[in-house]
Design a binder for this molecule. Structure first.
Ligand code: PBG
Length: 332
């Protein structure tokens, strides 16, 4: 319903923009640390920090430092972190068995963080790329990314994560049928309250480049991910994927990347009204940081604006590498 406006000068829309107080009073959306999931990269070792050149300010952390980072995040009011392991080359293989090793880097970190910071939510990634010698999210045979065999492997990975105490499972692999298979296995094995945040509308994007450096999948990746990730040209297909994943048992859904896909965020939230998240991915982070470091953009301003815009588009939260910096600023 469009309200009727009196013509100018009875209506002056600048009246509600006149001061900081009135702007705050009429604000339709707000950003807070409650909106953030912070992705953290893990590496082997103790007291080890590794820079990621294409993501200035983001580092891989050994488990002891990831525990400390989780504590800091919790104190800043960030409700959730998301773990991404850099798996040593020697543990990458064609069957990706390290993905369901109960003592792999991701599961070890999960237990350590749960122990030290029990109230922060820990989200995982479900996909085989950090464990694969091909850099693909699925098992590969003669150049084909196998669907059903991959789903079986992802279920093993998911159960190992649930066993380690993960709160939110994040399937980012885009295989068909994985949400239903994971949900059935979780229920069967007594993990009734494990949440699933499905990367439902995930696009085959050039914006993941720096992430692949971070998890060491850039050098190994053969070809592209277009047979499983979505075509950036499509929008209706994203709604079908979300509908399907909800029917299979997803609690929350994600759109990825973020900023170039705000229309998808909006359509998803409008159509389904379920908890909806966007991933402000590594390439988006890199672009903003590069421009800020060159003095071409005001980094903090652009960061907060970009995050607020996800809320306006309909997102309930954002996975963002900016989470600690943004939380600091928002907390004053
Ligand atoms: C892998 C995965 C990717 C990201 C999250 N999980 C990369 C990919 O699909 O190639 C990207 C995140 C980012 O770019 O920040 N399954």
């Amino acid at each position: 319903m469009t309200p009727e406006f009196a013509p100018f000068p009875a209506t002056r829309l600048r009246r509600t923009r006149k001061s900081d107080a009135i702007r705050r009073l009429v604000a339709e959306n707000a950003l807070s640390p409650n909106d953030f999931i912070w992705p953290i990269f893990l590496c082997d070792g103790i007291a080890t920090v590794q820079d990621i050149p294409s993501m200035p300010g983001v580092q891989r952390l050994s488990v002891d430092l990831a525990v400390k980072a989780a504590k800091d995040a919790y104190e800043l009011g960030i409700p959730a972190i998301c773990l991404f392991p850099y798996t040593d080359r020697s543990k990458r293989s064609s069957d990706c068995a390290e993905a369901w090793n109960p003592d792999n880097l991701s599961n070890t970190a999960t237990r350590a963080i749960k122990d030290a910071v029990p109230d922060i939510l820990i989200m995982s990634d479900i996909a085989l790329d950090p464990y694969s010698d091909t850099g693909h999210d699925g098992l590969v045979e003669n150049g084909e990314i196998l669907n059903d065999e991959t789903v079986t492997a992802l279920v093993r990975q998911g159960l190992a994560q649930a066993e380690a105490g993960i709160d939110i499972i994040g399937p980012s692999d885009m295989m068909d049928g994985r949400i239903g298979a994971l949900r059935t296995a979780l229920e069967r094995d007594g993990h009734k309250n494990t949440l699933i945040l499905s990367y439902a509308a995930k696009y085959a994007s050039g914006f993941y480049g720096p992430f692949r450096d971070a998890v060491g999948a850039a050098n190994t990746l053969k070809g592209d991910k277009k047979t499983y990730q979505m075509n950036p040209a499509n929008s209706d297909e994203g709604l079908r994927l979300v509908a399907r994943d909800l029917r299979e048992g997803a609690d929350m859904v994600m759109v990825k990347p973020g900023m170039p896909y705000l229309d998808i965020c909006h359509r998803v939230k409008d159509a389904f009204g379920v908890p909806t998240y966007a991933y402000q991915v590594s390439g988006e982070y890199a672009m903003q940081m590069a421009a800020a470091q060159n003095g071409w953009l005001d980094g903090d301003k652009v960061m907060l604006e970009s995050l607020l815009c996800f809320k306006r588009a309909g997102c309930d939260g954002i996975l963002t590498y900016f989470a600690p910096r943004a939380a600091q600023l928002l907390n004053g």
